[in-house]
Design a protein around this ligand. Structure first.
Ligand code: NAD
Ligand code: SAH
Length: 418
């Protein structure tokens, strides 16, 4: 079996951590049991490009139980957990191509390695597989069943490909399921981003000023948790409705160039480019800490920071200090890459359970509906979303109401007035 990982001897440690995560993934476990019985992915070659974490390992095992022949590479050069990669190779016979801290060339070599199997189905987090397939293997695209996409920015890119008429197969937008973005993006990113900053810096949030760029699903989660830890939160936004929501949620809202003068911590979660740009780096205080938990490190204009700096040094793991020519010290965490996956372990298993239930059912949906799906971005049916939520509630021991016949009639009627 071909693979490329850091060290096979880490497999045992990885296996323990994978089982620990599995305890909190009851929905995925139920899907894996169904998959093992029904084999909905029998004979399907799958290339997956996801963060190589304990939660992803449980998803890979579920896909394999469903009959898929699955190959895995990393969706980010810094997020791989090397013990997990080792355990998947040694204990599960799943080929993995991922090493934490790999350089850009290795990252793309690994992407090509998982694509070399000529997949029927891809599973992406950021659309790297789909874009590489379309630009380098156009002949294969025509023969594929489809793909799934995990994250907001990936879905935006795929929708743009579909709009331009270049998307060659259907893609299930996992992020568009409510059981994904409402929980993963908000509670997952909210907690794991602060966890990443704390592990990297060991700094206190209480009494500090945290600037959160972007008040979407991720931004809402981060702002609420930072406030809960005693920080003053300033939100920056470009969308008037989101900005108004932030105001009414009790935060200050300001343009980045104003917020830049006040922030102790800066966290970007926009999926956009140069959100902390030249003006912001020029205005920041001595000691400011800057990180990104959105898409790629382009959210921060790091080339500009480099250009105004006279020195740079690594102070701690994941903390790089830039000393500007005017003497200010600005700290960038995790090379500006996703801080929750670089210095922490990403989202906890409880939320990845639902995200990855959508991934597994998304792959099954593609295979089952291969004859009818159009070459565009699709959502999983509402009923699947509802089922995942119902399974999660059951696992949590939470019961809810069911509509009575009388209530159904009432809700469907128009005759009954005041
Ligand atoms: P979203 O679309 O709900 O929110 C993004 C927000 O950023 C929007 O409200 C938008 O108006 C705002 N924005 C855009 N440009 C801006 C700018 N220049 N300044 C200020 N605000 C700006 O998206 P989301 O689901 O919150 O995801 C945000 C990013 O985080 C995406 O790139 C997504 O892929 C990524 N993501 C990361 C994780 C993680 O684990 N770190 C988890 C989920 C999503
Ligand atoms: N590939 C890009 C895209 C953003 S990653 C990049 O790495 O720069 C954001 C996604 O990471 C989220 O949608 C979330 O579902 C996923 N994620 C967060 N925690 C994770 C975990 N513990 N395991 C696997 N994926 C995780």
């Amino acid at each position: 079996m071909d693979f490329d990982i850091k060290d096979k001897s880490l497999a045992e440690a990885g296996a323990h951590r994978i089982s620990w995560a599995a305890r909190d993934m009851p929905v995925l476990r139920k899907i894996a049991e169904d998959f093992a019985r029904e084999k909905p992915l029998k004979g399907i070659r799958m290339s997956a490009c996801l963060h190589v974490t304990t939660e992803t390992a449980n998803l890979m095992k579920a896909l394999k139980a469903g009959g898929a022949d699955v190959y895995l590479c990393a969706s980010n050069p810094l997020s791989t957990q090397d013990d997990v990669a080792a355990s998947l190779v040694v204990n599960d016979g799943i080929p993995v191509f991922a090493i934490k801290g790999e350089d850009n060339d290795t990252y793309y070599r690994h992407i090509r390695a998982v694509l070399d199997i000529k997949p029927h189905v891809t599973m992406d987090d950021g659309a790297d597989l789909v874009s590489t397939l379309h630009s380098h293997y156009p002949e294969w695209v025509k023969e594929m069943i489809g793909g799934t996409e995990e994250t907001t920015t990936g879905v935006i890119r795929l929708k743009s490909m579909a709009q331009k008429g270049v998307l060659g197969f259907p893609v299930v937008a996992v992020n568009d399921s409510q059981t994904k973005h409402l929980f993963d993006n908000r509670y997952g990113t909210g907690q794991s981003t602060l966890d990443g900053i704390m592990r990297a810096t060991n700094r206190l949030f209480a009494g500090s000023t945290v600037v959160v760029a972007g008040y979407g699903w991720c931004g809402r989660g981060i702002a609420r948790r930072a406030q809960g830890m005693g920080a003053r939160v300033i939100v920056t936004e470009i969308d008037p409705i989101k900005a108004l929501e932030a105001v009414m949620d009790g935060y200050s809202v300001a343009p980045m160039k104003e917020a830049a003068k006040l922030g102790d911590f800066f966290i970007t979660v926009t999926g956009n480019i140069n959100v902390v740009g030249a003006e912001a780096f020029d205005a920041m205080k001595d000691g400011a800490i800057v990180c990104n938990s959105g898409h790629f490190n382009v959210e921060l204009n790091l080339p500009y920071l480099e250009s105004i700096s006279k020195e740079r040094s690594i102070l701690r793991d994941f903390v790089e200090e830039f000393v500007t020519r005017d003497g200010r010290r600005i700290m960038v965490l995790g090379e500006g890459r996703l801080i929750n996956l670089a210095s922490a372990e990403g989202h906890p298993a409880q939320v990845m359970d639902m995200s990855f239930a959508n991934q597994a059912l998304g792959a099954k949906y593609l295979v089952q509906n291969r004859k009818t799906l159009e070459k565009t971005v699709v959502r999983l049916p509402e009923a699947v979303d509802q089922d995942i939520a119902a399974l999660k509630l059951a696992a949590l021991g939470v019961k809810i109401e069911t509509l009575t016949e009388e209530q159904k009639d009432y809700l469907a009627s128009w005759e009954m007035g005041t």
